[in-house]
Design a protein around this ligand. Sequence first.
Ligand SMILES: NC(=O)c1ccc[n+]([C@@H]2O[C@H](COP(=O)([O-])OP(=O)(O)OC[C@H]3O[C@@H](n4cnc5c(N)ncnc54)[C@H](O)[C@@H]3O)[C@@H](O)[C@H]2O)c1
Length: 439
Amino acid sequence: MAKISVFGIGYVGVVSAACLARDGHDVIAVDVDTGKINAINAGKSPIVEEGIDALVAQVVKAGNLTATDDFAAAVRDTDVSFICVGTPSAPDGSVGLSYVTSVCENIGKALADKDTYHSVVVRSTIVPGSTEQACIPVLEQTSGKTAGKEFGVGYFPEFLRESTAIADNDAPGLIVFGYLDEGTRKILEEINNPLPCDIHAVEIKTAEMVKYTSNTWRAVKVTFANEIGNIAKASGIDGQTVMEILCSDDKIAMSPYFMRPGFAFGGSCLPKDVRALKYLAKSTGTKHHMLSAVLEANEAQIAKAEQMVVDSGTKKVGFVGISFKPGTDDLRESPLISLAARLIGRGIDVSIYDPFVQEAFDTATPGAGRGNDDVPDLEHRLVKDLDALIEGAGTVLVGNHYGETVEQLKKAAFERPVVDLTRLNREMTSDDKYQGICW
Ligand SMILES: NC(=O)c1ccc[n+]([C@@H]2O[C@H](COP(=O)([O-])OP(=O)(O)OC[C@H]3O[C@@H](n4cnc5c(N)ncnc54)[C@H](O)[C@@H]3O)[C@@H](O)[C@H]2O)c1
């Protein structure tokens, strides 16, 4: 069992400290608010939350949780410190780091006098890069020690929801933490191992980004559901019934398939149907901020890919894929068609390898080339042999992921610019020649 100091006895800190103490860890809670310290030491919770009064009373009585304003003693007497202080918005919308850096300063001063290894783990919500750019410099400066070598650092976001905080702590949807050093990784793994969910140990800035992504995703879902509810109501439909039915579909509507960063959506349904719902909303005088933003953002993703090809400096680009997704020859509203047309408009020569569109032309399928209104001479741009496409191209653009092409394209990425909209391989990230659109 670990010895843990928890800095900040607010909604996160109290729940975290009490649950850790209940699980057998020795916990010291630290705050600048003497009212909260006194409450804890009297066995009372300083916040209102389901089950917390009884839990605090139980763990204080058992001697597993105490509270203090003595920062130095709390650091000295524990192996790891969790920072759970507030990070309110600054007037310009940026995250307020002053409480976090102030705690780091105090912890750093205490570390200067401590001989044994100690890990400092931020739990407050802070934007990606903050642990490395704001916390570590303060800790190093005030302790005179090197992060990762003489003391440990981690970032371990909290996902609990007030009102169900203890239940969320005990059965989280996910655990993710970032770590600088093995000592911190080990202690966070030990603390979290009993929990019934996957544990993701990652880079610190990835963990910071997961926290913001999780909260923003929740916010986006609420706003989406509200917008659907408003549009539905204006047409005499119960929006809650609509959303309940939608949410029952884990296979497609709620599938992670559509949650993978990459290229724009397209095809014969999604763009047309978003436009039509937007039109319906407009015709009933219903506001539809999100529907408009979705179409704008989709256009912007096509423009982003266009700029990536332009930035590669090529006059000849070889497209791998032109249909709206692999496995079909359907070209209707394919974002790759839009992209190719834009590049051709800029005077860039476009050749295309697409086994499905090729097959449609080769077998004289009546619908061959159907849905393409923008790329001139499509059939004559098709190249059957992938090696020939790569050889003839200045830049290769991977638009559709075809399993059998991956090895050739990975090789090509060593020799010439490759713009990848699909991610050929999970290990690949942007470097000199290879550019992934979102990785
Ligand atoms: N409230 C939530 O549901 C929730 C959930 C997940 C993450 N978070 C994040 O966790 C962090 C804490 O949120 P909260 O709601 O618990 O905040 P809170 O305001 O309830 O508690 C913060 C505590 O920190 C104390 N504090 C401030 N400066 C201090 C210092 N220098 N030294 C020691 N203690 C200090 C305050 O006195 C207060 O008790 C925030 O970054 C928040 O975004 C909150």
